[in-house]
Design a protein around this ligand. Structure first.
Ligand code: PRX
Length: 678
């Protein structure tokens, strides 16, 4: 559509909004993969079909060991507070550790890859994991006096002591709340106070980008800040990166701080019986940001969550016990909880924990690790893929590793980045699943089934078994199936992985995820309670969903919705461009205009001509409507510690506003450098 056709004042409904993304060609799964896959038969789609809801989900619950079987699959009598596997009793730690001993006690549970390459990779067997989890559970129970239902906050880096701590908590029914180690002490404090954790468990130091960081410093900040907010932390338990040696500068606080290794000496070979817990008791909290400033604690169950992550790890991740599985996410995020720790270990897999930055000391590092450990399942984010491509697009070919399966998660992936992942990282051999889901959902919502569906770059795929997504317009009317029209994606039905509620705030839970599309607040029928995910999406005629990004990431140019990701994808088609981020900037005529920030691949120079090339590419790929207000060629993007580009900061700079607090960024100095260009 040309600019002339746009009536500035016309209200454009969601259903009318154009999406300008080309259909992509399909890729077939490798026959060798299909042959060995856990799930090759599409009967699953019937077993977990809408007609068999909710009983189809029993297939996942049956993958676990239960102390007592459930009496009822789903109790939906009080929507949207759904309860799964009601009456069932189990223990998550038992399911991830003890039950694997019979067959796999000698097999590696966790491979630990320290960031410094001269430190050897270590391998912990299931028997060793069992011993350590028991010993630390004894510390929690007998030294700390913790019991089922208590909360503890963890602020731990990517080390095996993190899953050990989580599994020790789970053994007792103690609710863990792990805060991403890259978060500040202040952010940790907010989460301690909200969870009311009397204990903080942390580590003295860890490696990041070549430096051994003093992490204990953040524990002091967290405790002091919590005290200011009126909450006292009783004790800080500190694991040591090098056991027996304190590797931080910050002094220990007497009476409050203790080294875990000192206490552990009294609990050598202690055994703690796993506590038999209700399926709907809480396993953990995972804080995530919402539309408001205050982070919210997604409260996940034991039974439903464990069933869901185990089932999806088996069928979507295709994890077999003999696989070496590497998810490069951080355990401080939901991806790490579900798909490094709980799902893979419940299946007896060998799971890799990588301490460091993927591009450190160079972009060959992940592929050297893959070669050394013979990793065959690889799982990461588009951001990491783009970064590895930008600095080392030829690296994967230099190493002798072979993946059967790869995952992308966390953001929409641009089709050309997907193709690099497929051809270069996957060497044309691996299947790819693009898994769309959220902290709140516990596990995958949309993805192809790796041995059953064809892959389509840039599309997550259909709802996974048992999940029925739909796209609604602003008024709650379903858009025609397969119409490729943009709207809001919802999940029509409850599923076992979904969080129980927001910790301490049932009202916010209902408001945030259900109010938007529930028209009958008194209804006791789950069909009146679609789950509102907060993402824009389109459904293609083949039933594949393409996620456009958060609703608030959508740019409304003169009443036309353009997914930021669509624009970025187009900018990335310019050969010289390594990374691209698009932000909406207020415009007096069109409401907003997109500004495009690009950083270049090594060896290219910022020129006017290059900026024009980006503009032309957007115009030719999407249409004149997408012409950016400005193209900024920047040395690097402002990024969070987890690698996400901070579009909010870019938006503020572009709008000539104060970008606010940028101290938590991985590279705060870049903000000033970019600002100088305005
Ligand atoms: O916008 C979607 C995007 O990430 C959001 C959820 O973020 P978080 O709770 O941090 O969980 C990340 C790991 C699951 C979603 O609302 N998102 C996640 N996966 C995808 C995605 N966007 C597009 N494609 C995906 N595969």
């Amino acid at each position: 559509m040309s600019d002339e056709n746009i009536n500035e004042n016309e209200e454009v409904s969601e259903a009318q909004i154009a999406v300008h993304w080309k259909e992509e060609e399909y890729f077939d799964p490798n026959p060798k993969f299909i042959e060995q896959a856990n799930l090759k038969d599409d009967e699953i789609l019937k077993r977990m079909g809408e007609d068999n809801f909710p009983d189809g989900f029993e297939e996942y619950a049956e993958m676990l060991d239960w102390d007592k079987k459930w009496d009822q699959v789903l109790d939906a009598s009080n929507p949207p507070f759904f309860k799964w596997f009601v009456g069932g009793k189990l223990n998550a730690s038992y399911n991830c550790v003890d039950r694997n001993l019979a067959k796999y006690k000698n097999k590696t549970a966790l491979h630990f890859v320290p960031e410094p390459e001269d430190e050897p990779i270590t391998h912990m067997t299931y028997q060793e994991l069992y011993n350590k989890v028991n010993e630390f559970a004894a510390v929690l129970r007998d030294y700390c006096g913790l019991k089922a239902g208590d909360t503890v906050t963890l602020h731990m880096p990517m080390v095996p002591e993190l899953p050990i701590t989580m599994l020790a908590c789970a053994r007792l029914g103690v609710i863990h709340s792990q805060v991403f180690s890259g978060f500040s002490g202040k952010a940790c404090a907010d989460r301690i106070v909200d969870a009311k954790s009397k204990y903080l468990i942390t580590m003295d130091s860890y490696y990041r980008g070549g430096t051994l960081i003093d992490h204990k410093e953040k524990a002091d900040i967290a405790c002091n800040q919590a005290a200011k907010e009126g909450f006292e932390v009783d004790k800080v338990l500190i694991w040591q990166r090098y056991p027996g040696k304190y590797s931080a500068e910050t002094p220990m606080v007497e009476g409050r701080d203790v080294f875990v290794n000192d206490i552990l000496k009294d609990y050598k070979f202690a055994k703690v019986d796993p506590v038999s817990l209700d399926a709907n008791d809480t396993l953990f909290l995972m804080y995530t940001s919402g539309t408001t400033g205050k982070p919210k604690g997604a409260q996940h169950s034991i039974g439903g969550y464990m069933a869901y992550v185990t089932g999806t790890s088996k069928y979507i991740q295709d994890i077999h016990p003999e696989d070496v599985y590497w998810c490069m996410a951080d355990i401080g995020w939901i991806t790490g909880h579900s798909y490094i720790v709980y799902g893979p270990l419940a299946l007896g897999a060998s799971s890799v924990i990588f301490e460091g930055v993927p591009t450190h000391p160079d972009a060959g590092r992940p592929w050297r690790v893959a070669q050394e450990l013979n990793v065959n399942i690889f799982h990461t984010s588009p951001t990491a893929i783009r970064a590895l491509r930008r600095v080392g697009s030829d690296e994967p070919a230099k190493y002798d590793y072979h993946f059967k399966h790869m995952t992308t998660v966390g953001e929409p992936i641009e089709p050309n980045v997907w193709r690099w992942y497929y051809h270069t990282v996957g060497k044309d051999e691996a299947v790819i699943v693009d898994t769309w889901w959220q902290t709140e959902t516990g596990g995958f919502l949309c993805s192809t089934l790796p041995a059953i569906h064809k892959m389509k770059p840039g599309s997550a795929g259909p709802g996974v078994p048992g999940i029925y997504p739909e796209i609604l317009d602003d008024d709650g009317k379903p858009l025609p199936r397969g119409s490729n029209k943009a709207g809001n994606i919802v999940i029509k039905n409850p599923w076992p992985g979904r969080m129980l509620t927001i910790w301490g705030d049932d009202e916010r839970f209902v408001d945030q995820y259900y109010k938007r599309y529930n028209t009958k607040p008194d209804s006791k029928d789950w069909r009146d309670w679609p789950y509102f995910a907060g993402d824009g999406a389109v459904e293609a005629p083949d039933g594949y969903f393409r996620i456009l990004g958060r609703i608030d990431d959508v740019i409304n140019v003169a009443g036309h919705r353009l997914g930021t990701k669509e624009l970025e994808s187009a900018a990335l088609m310019v050969d010289e461009v390594g990374e691209a981020a698009v932000v909406p900037v207020p415009d007096p005529i069109k409401g907003v205009k997109p500004h495009v920030f690009v950083s270049l691949k090594p060896g290219f120079e910022a020129t006017e001509a290059l900026a024009q090339k980006v503009t032309d590419m957007l115009a030719s790929e999407i249409g004149p409507i997408a012409k950016p207000g400005k193209v900024w060629i920047v040395p690097d993007m402002p990024k969070t510690r987890s690698g996400k580009i901070m579009r909010r900061v870019l938006g503020a700079i572009a709008a000539g506003k104060d970008p606010g607090d940028v101290t938590t960024l991985a590279n705060p100095q870049i903000v000033e450098e970019i600002r100088k260009q305005s």
